[in-house]
Ligand binder design. Structure first.
Ligand SMILES: [Zn+2]
Length: 440
């Protein structure tokens, strides 16, 4: 009996602890899940991407007053993502000698496609000074990369760009493995090959002919779309605010020669979590909404805003009802209270709106006026919708495996959340409508 009472007390405590869970604790819970080993960096089209999409969809589905749109919350789409070599149609010949694909040479995924030929000129390390006094126009340059057991993408790109600038028809690189980092487009109109050191020794002064062919890989992923409707009487026009963030990241990749998970805790599990918790807060007060709120977690932002472009071109509900879009891309690494707001110029009322918004935590706000930038508010701005995007500044771990959940500034996330919540109070809980303005 005693034991039962005790157990009951304990479980009641557990329940009330759950209810009293602070915003910071909820952020942590979601963020450690989205940026976990299991979710493996949420690369579009991967298992981790699907796990993340399901986690977000299930969270939204569990909130009172939230209605899933599209296909049970998922708007599927596909697009051309990465290049892959079409080995059967690649070739490299030195004089009359045909080299073996993958053994003697490998085209780089950053190569232009087609057939190229020219005489080989040795330009040493292939830095700017190495080209002085050498005529390489229409020729192939031979470049010695720093010997490493892995592909150093940044060194390779720098040498490629230098050869392109010098007017070479092609570049042959040696010193690093015959392997490729992922690439989505060519460096330019230049043929790019890697060759083994043995082959490299035989090239200078010879004439080479090379062919490169690539296929594009199609990827499939989702936007997660849900709606919190205002009471009809509050919103007879059916006006809409969109609140969004991208949930995808870069997945697993090579970093300094090792295979690593790019966790994307800040970019953009943080913004995803911010939108999820804002959705919870909005849904709890939905009786007071003056606009419907459409929540979108975009897929494939890291592939070039694919998800937001897809939504803007294929909206689940009519875009002409959308009066404003609010986006969050990285709210996890606040430093010295810095918070950037993009798109202030996309509404005539933008300056007045942000000047009158409470800033209780005395954040150091940076205003940017352009309606376009490298994140998901851009396609909405381009459709004539006032659009704002929030982000804390870049940091050393940006787009590296170091962007981890344990490095997040959770207090900063809470401050950002409260700031954006004040904006949403004005935009969705007051009958305020903004007037679109072109910023450039
Ligand atoms: Zn991002």
């Amino acid at each position: 009996m005693k034991k039962t009472v005790l157990l009951l007390c304990v479980s009641l405590l557990a329940v009330s602890a759950l209810q009293a869970q602070s915003l910071e604790e909820r952020f942590k819970k979601h963020l450690y899940t989205l940026a976990s080993d299991e979710f493996a960096g949420r690369e579009p089209g991967t298992r981790g991407d699907t796990l993340a999409a399901n986690y977000i969809r299930d969270f939204l589905a569990g909130l009172d007053g939230v209605q899933l749109l599209a296909n049970n919350g998922f708007q599927e789409f596909s697009y051309q993502a990465y290049r892959e070599l079409n080995a059967a149609q690649c070739a490299l010949k030195v004089g009359k000698r045909t080299l073996t694909y993958g053994k003697d040479y490998l085209p780089a995924l950053t190569s232009a496609t087609g057939t190229f030929q020219g005489e080989v000129v040795n330009v040493g390390e292939g830095k700017e000074d190495d080209y002085i006094g050498k005529d390489v126009k229409g020729k192939f340059v031979l470049v010695q990369l720093t010997p490493r057991s892995y592909t150093d993408g940044s060194e390779q790109r720098a040498r490629e760009r230098m050869a392109l600038k010098a007017g070479a028809a092609g570049i042959l690189m040696t010193g690093q493995p015959l392997s490729n980092l992922p690439a989505r487009w060519p460096t330019g109109s230049i043929a790019i090959f890697k060759v083994t050191p043995q082959v490299a020794k035989t090239l200078t002064g010879k004439s080479v002919e090379g062919s490169v062919a690539v296929n594009m890989l199609t990827e499939h992923t989702f936007n997660i779309v849900a709606k919190i409707a205002a009471p009809k009487a509050n919103n007879p026009q059916g006006d809409v605010m969109i609140l969004g963030a991208h949930y995808d990241h870069m997945g697993v990749g090579e970093y300094e020669g090792k295979t690593k998970i790019y966790y994307g805790a800040d970019d953009n599990a943080s913004g995803t979590v911010g939108v999820m918790e804002l959705a919870r807060a909005i849904s709890q007060r939905r009786a007071f909404l003056k606009k419907d709120v459409i929540i979108i977690l975009f897929g494939a932002e890291e592939r070039g805003l694919k998800g937001s472009k897809h939504y803007a071109a294929n909206p689940v509900e009519p875009l002409d009802k959308v009066k404003v879009m609010v986006n969050i891309d990285m709210m996890g690494r606040m430093d010295a209270k810095g918070l950037t707001i993009r798109g202030i110029g996309s509404a005539y009322e933008g300056v007045d709106l942000f000047a009158s918004l409470p800033n209780n935590d005395k954040l150091d706000l940076i205003w940017e006026f352009r309606g376009t930038g490298p994140t998901d508010y851009t396609p909405f701005y381009q459709k004539g919708i006032p659009a704002f995007s929030f982000g804390t500044r870049h940091h050393v771990d940006y787009h590296t495996p170091g962007d981890r959940a344990d490095r997040i500034n959770y207090e900063g996330m809470v401050m950002t959340y409260h700031y954006i919540e004040n904006l949403i109070n004005r935009l969705a809980f007051e009958p305020l409508n903004l007037t679109y303005r072109k910023t450039e």
